[in-house]
Design a protein around this ligand. Structure first.
Ligand code: GDP
Length: 139
């Protein structure tokens, strides 16, 4: 099934200069990028986006990190792209991520792990709408 998902190159990915390499992995996997924007999140943006994690012990650290520099937010489109993107990213903890995945290759820690990807169709829809309006996405 053709799906859409939200991808974010997190502040560590922008600082390390690997935006292009992350995007390249998506393109090589046949994923279409249908929206893309660089932006600086403020505290309210980060807390809202990660609201599902608000009770987790690392919530403050996560919001601090996500506002520590610009991010690149993208809508990816393709066959089963939600699972495919998560496969390309690898496990949350880069030490546990499969070799050759984005997080295994570029990330330093479970907190600073280069990329975000929606985990299900429902969250993808909410996350895409959080950042993009209809006309921002090409068809
Ligand atoms: P994901 O779906 O693979 O991104 O993982 P989760 O939904 O479990 O967590 C969301 C994000 O919270 C992760 O990508 C990390 O950036 C951050 N995170 C998760 N676990 C930890 C942790 O133990 N410590 C810190 N500092 N951040 C974490």
């Amino acid at each position: 099934m053709i799906q859409r998902t939200l991808s974010i190159v997190k502040p560590d990915g922008v600082r390390k200069g690997v935006i292009g390499q992350v995007v390249s992995r998506f393109e090589k996997a046949g994923i279409r990028i249908v929206a893309m924007q660089m932006r600086q999140l403020n505290r309210k943006d980060a807390e809202g986006f990660y609201a599902v994690h608000s009770e987790r012990p690392f919530f403050g650290e996560l919001c601090e990190f996500m506002t520590s520099g610009p991010v690149v937010v993208m809508v990816l489109e393709g066959e089963d792209v939600i699972a495919l993107n998560r496969e390309l990213m690898g496990a949350t903890d880069p030490k546990k991520a499969a070799p050759g995945t984005i997080r295994a290759d570029f990330a330093d820690s479970i907190g600073e792990n280069i990329a975000h990807g929606s985990d299900a169709p429902e969250t993808a829809a909410v996350e895409i709408a959080w950042f993009f309006r209809g006309l921002d996405i090409v068809s």
